[in-house]
Design a protein around this ligand. Structure first.
Ligand code: DX5
Ligand code: ZN
Length: 224
């Protein structure tokens, strides 16, 4: 089980310090939300911020591009030090070439799907990804409520992965707290992005540990 604290819920004026806080937890992942003000109605940061952070940490940079034109950002983020780059299946015709481009930059390949989008859309790409991200809120802002209707999508993707003999990670993102993380783990998720539920706690380290424990317990009792 991997917990990926989302820096979106941290203090952007203390980016480096927030990364250090994540480093002191049991996880080695951090989730970086890149928003372009077009694909989603919010703006965050670009590759320069990631490049500046890279020399200061060995954390795995799980980079989620919520952008209409990710093709212009893949190389900059790869050079900046992203470890995994996720693009959205809603970009339709471009998806194939985007996934290929990420792979050719020697980065792990992620594909995300929004709540209103049919899960069948991701099926043709499953053999090409290292991570499938099932959004459990409409992307753009932290602190929204988990959309329960997304749970069957996790189960569907888990079943496809088993049938096809693949081993990509199944990640969930949005409204993930201890309760909803357990539900997602029960459905087959093994990677959990959480912002406000973790950064909102006094001890980030304790919150990450607890989420790791809860999700691991669920999967030990159910998935194996
Ligand atoms: C939502 C982002 C998420 C966000 C989750 O658009 O993709 O990664 O940080 O935040 P919480 O956990 O607060 O819902
Ligand atoms: Zn995200």
């Amino acid at each position: 089980m991997v917990i990926a604290p989302s820096i979106l819920a941290g203090d952007f004026s203390k980016f480096g310090r927030e990364l250090k806080r994540v480093e002191k937890t049991v996880t080695n992942w951090v989730h970086l939300d890149v928003m372009d003000g077009h694909f989603v109605p919010n703006l965050t940061f670009g590759p320069q911020v990631v490049a500046n952070a890279r020399p200061h940490t060995d954390l795995f940079f799980d980079t989620h591009l919520m952008c209409s034109k990710p093709e212009i950002l893949l190389e900059p983020f790869a050079n900046a030090g992203s470890d995994l780059i996720t693009v959205h299946v809603e970009l339709e015709d471009q998806v194939s070439s985007l996934l290929w481009k990420i792979k050719s930059l020697n980065k792990q390949v992620g594909l995300a799907v929004n709540p209103p989008t049919a899960i069948d859309k991701v099926k043709p790409f499953l053999e090409k990804v290292d991570l499938l991200l099932i959004m459990t809120v409409n992307p753009g802002f932290g602190g929204q409520s988990f959309i329960e209707e997304c749970i069957p999508k996790i189960q569907q993707v888990y079943n496809w992965r088993e049938e096809m003999g693949l081993d990509f990670r199944i990640e969930v993102d949005g409204g993930v707290n201890l309760k909803t993380a357990a539900e997602c783990a029960r459905a087959g998720a093994n990677t959990f992005v959480a912002g406000s539920a973790l950064f909102g706690q006094r001890s980030l380290a304790r919150a990450v540990k607890k989420m790791h424990k809860v999700t691991t317990q669920v999967s030990d009792g159910y998935l194996k």
